[in-house]
Design a protein. Structure first.
Length: 256
């Protein structure tokens, strides 16, 4: 079976960073996907066959951009088998349709719903302490795990082909998404509590008033376990903490 050089694989991986560069409502990520696969298709089939083969790659496609390299690596392996005259276990269109939606759902829950607010909470805590490195910490924390999935997922897809689905299954990504989401809620609650105590300290009010915010944190933790979206929890937390702060200030007026 023909093999591809590292340069060709690197070209595909780099082009996948632009997966959503031509996003549209008709084919979603389809144009970006085809653009990423062109170096491989041109190497395997040449310019004459490229137009015919392109029909299987330029159509509708939509998944999470951080997990798309895993799909691309597996599709490249399928293309190699087909170019060698072997009948692949599953067609390219069928494989893309099979994994696109589950990868999108897991990726949204893990990266958008869990990792992003977790990195934001850590950065907010550093920013509340007056540390200028907070934005840099956010960028590092938020990009480290996606970069790992982009690289390792692509390589595992290329090595394992269709069986690369098991690679992600063994990582228990849905459970990891839930744990990350719960951790981010607890962290954001801690940041909110810290800011309440910091405000009371600045205003020279009794610090025990800050414990009035505890019910808000517990309520948000309970709702997180019930599957409420992180964005709604953040907005709810902000509103409840603000109400607790105002209530604390009103109570403090009556204190000596």
């Amino acid at each position: 079976m023909q093999s591809l050089g590292k340069l060709r694989l690197l070209q595909v991986w780099l082009r996948l960073l632009l997966l959503q560069g031509s996003w549209n409502f008709e084919r979603l990520q389809g144009g970006g996907w085809f653009y990423a696969m062109v170096p491989v298709l041109r190497t395997l089939y040449g310019e004459k066959e490229l137009r015919r083969i392109a029909r299987e790659h330029v159509g509708y496609f939509n998944t999470h951009p951080y997990l798309a390299p895993s799909v691309a690596g597996a599709v490249i392996r399928i293309e190699l088998e087909r170019a060698a005259g072997r009948e692949p276990e599953i067609g390219i269109a069928e494989f893309k349709e099979m994994v696109a939606a589950p990868y999108a759902a897991v990726g949204d829950a893990l990266f958008w719903g869990g990792l992003r607010p977790l990195a934001a909470g850590i950065s907010l805590l550093l920013a509340s302490k007056g540390l200028a490195i907070a934005p840099i910490v956010f960028l590092l924390l938020f990009n480290a795990l996606p970069l790992w999935f982009r690289i390792v997922g692509f390589l595992s897809g290329y090595e394992l082909g269709v069986k690369s689905v098991e690679f992600l299954q063994h990582r228990n990504l849905p459970d990891l998404a839930i744990r990350t989401k719960e951790t981010s809620v607890v962290l954001l609650g801690g940041v909110a509590a810290f800011m309440v105590f910091q405000l009371l300290n600045i205003e020279k009010k009794p610090l025990w008033l800050g414990f009035l915010a505890v019910p808000a944190v517990l309520l948000c933790a309970y709702l997180a376990g019930r599957g409420i979206s992180t964005l709604m929890l953040v907005l709810l937390s902000a509103g409840l903490i603000m109400l607790c702060s105002l209530f604390s200030a009103d109570v403090a007026v009556w204190l000596p």
